[in-house]
Design a binder for this molecule. Structure first.
Ligand SMILES: [Cu+2]
Length: 181
């Protein structure tokens, strides 16, 4: 009986200590396992949120957008964590730490920041959920939050998942800076 309770208690203890490490050492990028962003439009108004959670298989990305034009929109992680209105050019190109070409259908692809298109419904809202294989929030070979950070960007048009460097996705209609925590 004692053996059983030790087995049950061990994962809980580990989970608690993992949380404690993250919360007491939040200023150290190496401890981060989550990041979030508030998306805004070119006029600075809110357009939803993005969250990134690190797991064993990579980065789990959830983007929930609102106030957009119905239709299909490209969504990417861009390389620089700066969203300057109105065109968000400040976010730079796609996050591409492995030096690949753009597009999940491109034989020389893909960028780590490439993600599936998002369908926005008649009410202006849409969401995507995607796992960036092998990605990490910080540390390792391909940290998302490197020195200049990263941003989530939504485009005016769909990504053709092939054309380098940006999938012919048109202008940047929403942007959010990813911040640890
Ligand atoms: Cu993009």
């Amino acid at each position: 009986m004692k053996f059983v309770s030790i087995l049950l208690a061990l994962p809980l203890t580990m989970a608690i200590s993992a949380c404690a490490t993250t919360s007491t050492d939040a200023s150290a990028p190496a401890a981060a396992s989550m990041a979030g962003a508030k998306l805004m439009a070119g006029d600075g108004s809110a357009r939803g949120t993005a969250s990134v959670t690190e797991a064993a298989d990579g980065l789990h990305v959830l983007v929930k957008a609102q106030g957009l034009t119905p239709g299909i929109h490209a969504v990417h992680v861009h390389m620089t964590g700066t969203c300057t209105t109105p065109d968000f050019a400040s976010a730079g190109g796609h996050w591409n730490p492995t030096g690949r070409k753009h597009g999940m259908n491109n034989p020389a692809g893909m960028h780590m920041g490439d993600m599936p298109n998002m369908t926005v419904g008649p009410d202006g809202s849409g969401a995507i959920e995607y796992v960036i294989a092998g990605g990490t929030i910080s540390g390792e070979a391909t940290p998302l939050l490197d020195a200049d950070g990263a941003a989530v960007v939504i485009h005016a048009q769909a990504d053709d998942n092939m054309s380098d460097p940006a999938g012919n996705a048109g202008g940047r209609i929403a942007c959010g800076v990813l911040a640890a925590g």
